[in-house]
Design a binder for this molecule. Structure first.
Ligand code: ADP
Length: 477
């Protein structure tokens, strides 16, 4: 069985404990055994990052750009292999896995460019004969804690800017997907970075993640995961005033208006809610549909959802891979019961199905007659489950879309410029989609939400620099 170690202080380090990485499409397929870092390992990683930072923070921006570009090129050259590994361990389809791997490559290349665009400002003082410079400096040691649903893209969009702007990294990937994290770390380990600048510590959130969160050696933490863990991290770090960036999910609505192009509405709905097995923080889980199109939309949607092919993630015919693990499957099944008990109508799917291999196969589920107060309309499920609610008009749809503690992505399907513009201005979300699925975003522009979805400055694009740098104002006479 292949065995994969942590990368700490420039070395691949053994540990006593290991964990198996199991393929959710085939529970007999063990991808490998992965070292589980101890608290001492985390401390060692933090110390090595701290000491490496003394010189890395002053490293040449050309060197950083070259290293990031090199990492991006290797990821792109190996995207099929990396994407296949990703799909094997996480369960999204191979096409989605390869797309995600490519995205990770492009992210590194984007931040290679950003490294050399870290300009400051210079101006006159209001006092005579003094110059004022405003510059950005790296923050220090960044703890990066990532979820399982984007095993290579999310690590990439945190690690790349951290390194680009002169920080050192201790990276704690999600326990379910160490394979992609390890493969990425292996590429980074060979990229020419000085010893200690990048460290990989695999293991459980409650131990390894918590050790990072509790350490006074971490200057900033970038986290993506559940709302509950995000809030726990915020509480645990508040006394030290650690710089934080938290991405914590959504309950994203897709409004479909009477004037929508039906095919476009169906594509947005099916892709947004069910692709990647609905396991995306930007997935649409609420379809809010005006009465004039509701009947036609629902009838066609039932057919489209029922026709989705659920199966092994690496089978080319598969459109919807398995649920990631038993725990998430239990959550999904619980919400199917909750929805039925609340009085919504489960019109399609929600069935456990068998395939040639034993895996967590659940057919995409559609609830109809869902009321906005139901838990299936309020709580993030993170599975292939969506609920349809019929409303009288646009105003009611908008109010319902905004009536959520989350605010990540919000979508509308309409041919009306008036409603599209109004929605863009009034949707309470960090990302607004007009005639596009709520899930599926570009890598070169900011990503993030409002309300309970996000905390701290934006990730990605030219705003990523906000989190990974501090501003220093210098007066020079
Ligand atoms: P999910 O429910 O989607 O797995 P989590 O928020 O539990 O989301 O996990 C996201 C990431 O946070 C994972 O890498 C996980 O190991 C980590 N994590 C979980 N609990 C903690 C914790 N107490 N402190 C730090 N990290 C944690």
């Amino acid at each position: 069985m292949p065995y994969f170690k942590n990368f700490i202080n420039g070395q691949w380090l053994d540990t006593n404990e290991t964990a198996s990485n199991i393929n959710p499409s085939d529970l007999t397929d063990v991808i490998g055994e992965y070292a589980q870092a101890s608290c001492d390992d985390v401390q060692l990683a933090l110390q090595s990052a701290r000491s490496a930072w003394q010189s890395w923070r002053l490293s040449s921006i050309q060197m950083r750009a070259d290293i990031l570009d090199h990492i991006g090129s290797e990821i792109l050259a190996r995207k099929d292999e990396l994407g296949t590994l990703l799909s094997r361990e996480e369960g999204k389809t191979k096409a989605e896995g390869i797309g995600e791997a490519a995205r990770a490559g492009y992210i590194f290349k984007f931040f290679a460019g950003e490294a050399i665009r870290m300009h400051g400002e210079s101006g006159a003082s209001v006092r005579p004969a003094i110059q004022v410079d405003v510059n950005r400096e790296p923050v220090g040691v960044i703890g990066i804690i990532t979820p399982w649903n984007f095993p290579i893209a999310i690590p990439a969009w945190k690690i790349a800017p951290a390194l680009a702007f002169g920080n050192c990294v201790v990276f704690k990937p999600a326990e379910l997907v160490p394979g992609s994290a390890w493969a990425l770390a292996e590429i980074i380990a060979r990229s020419g970075l000085p010893v200690g600048v990048f460290n990989l510590v695999m293991g459980q959130g409650a131990q390894v993640g918590q050790a990072l969160v509790d350490s006074d050696q971490v200057d900033a933490i970038s986290f993506t995961g559940s709302h509950a863990t995000g809030k726990r991290i915020a509480a645990a770090t508040s006394s030290r005033l650690t710089k934080l960036q938290l991405e914590m999910g959504g309950k994203n609505p897709l409004i479909i208006l009477d004037d929508a192009d039906l095919d476009s509405a169906l594509n947005c709905a099916v892709q947004g809610a069910f692709y990647s097995t609905g396991q995306r923080c930007t997935a649409s889980s609420r379809f809010i549909v005006t009465a004039g199109i509701h009947g036609r939309f629902i009838a066609a949607l039932r057919e489209r959802v029922a026709a989705l092919r659920v199966g092994h993630a690496l089978d080319d015919a598969t459109q919807i891979g398995p649920v990631v693990d038993q725990r998430q499957l239990n959550v999904d099944l619980d919400y199917l019961d909750i929805g039925k008990n609340e009085g919504a109508t489960l019109s399609v799917g929600g069935q456990l199905v068998e395939r040639a291999t034993r895996g967590y196969f659940l057919t995409p589920a559609l609830f109809e007659n869902a009321a906005p107060a139901m838990r299936i309309c309020r709580e993030e499920i993170f599975g292939p489950i969506a609920a349809v609610t019929c409303v009288a008009n646009y105003d009611e749809a908008l109010a319902m879309a905004n009536d959520t503690p989350f605010g990540l992505a919000s979508g509308i399907v309409t041919t009306s410029l008036k409603y599209a513009q109004h929605f863009r201005q009034n949707a309470q979300a960090g990302m607004v989609m007009v005639n596009c699925p709520t899930a599926g975003v570009d890598y070169h522009v900011p990503f993030g939400g409002i309300k309970g979805s996000s905390y701290g400055t934006r990730e990605q694009g030219n705003l990523a620099i906000e989190f990974y740098t501090r501003v220093k104002t210098a007066y020079i006479a």
